[in-house]
Design a protein around this ligand. Structure first.
Ligand code: RB5
Length: 148
C-alpha cells in the first residue's frame, strides 16, 4: 500500500513519529512536507496529500496539523476524500469499518506519539465493512455531486 503523509509546521515531529510506525507495514511512504518549523498553511498540505489519494497514486493519506481540525476540514472539501479526525483507537477502527475513511487526520498538539501510533495501526488494519455502510457512503458521494 502507498500512503501519502503531510503536516503543517505544528506537527512535523508527530509526522516523523508516524512515519516510523508506517515503516512497520509493507507501505511505500510519500512525505509531501512540510519539513522544519517555518510556518505553512495547512490547506496547502491537505491539497497535496488528497491529490494523491484522489488520483489513485496513493491508496490512503495521513494529514496532521496542530489540532487536526483545520487540515481535516480542508481535506473534506475535496471530492472523493473521506477524512476522519481521530484522537482515539475506537474512532480509528470505526472510521475504516463504517466510513471507509481514506484519509486520517490527527492533531500534533493534541495527542502523543504512542497514541498516534496505535491509531495508525488500527486505521491501517481495519477493513471497510461494506453492506449498509456502502449505501451511506454512496449518499455522501451524492452530496458531493449535488454541491459541486
Ligand atoms: C497552526 O498554528 C494551527 O492553527 C494549525 O496547525 C491547526 O491547528 C489548525 O487547525
Amino acid at each position: 500500500m502507498k500512503i501519502t503523509i503531510g503536516s503543517d509546521h505544528a506537527a512535523t515531529a508527530l509526522k516523523d513519529e508516524v512515519k516510523k510506525v508506517l515503516a512497520e507495514f509493507d507501505a511505500e511512504i510519500k512525505d509531501v512536507g512540510t519539513f522544519g518549523t517555518e510556518s505553512v498553511d495547512y490547506p496547502d498540505i491537505a491539497e497535496k496529500v488528497c491529490a494523491d489519494v484522489v488520483s489513485g497514486e496513493s491508496e490512503r493519506g495521513i494529514v496532521i496539523c496542530g489540532t487536526g481540525i483545520g487540515i481535516s476540514i480542508a481535506a473534506n472539501k475535496i471530492n472523493g476524500i473521506r477524512c476522519a479526525l481521530c484522537g482515539d483507537v475506537y474512532s480509528a477502527k470505526m472510521c475504516r469499518a463504517h466510513n471507509n475513511a481514506n484519509v486520517l487526520a490527527m492533531g500534533g498538539r493534541v495527542i502523543g506519539s504512542g497514541l498516534a501510533g496505535e491509531i495508525v495501526r488500527a486505521w491501517l488494519t481495519t477493513e471497510f465493512a461494506g453492506e449498509r455502510h456502502e449505501r451511506r457512503i454512496n449518499k455522501i458521494t451524492a452530496l458531493e455531486q449535488k454541491n459541486s
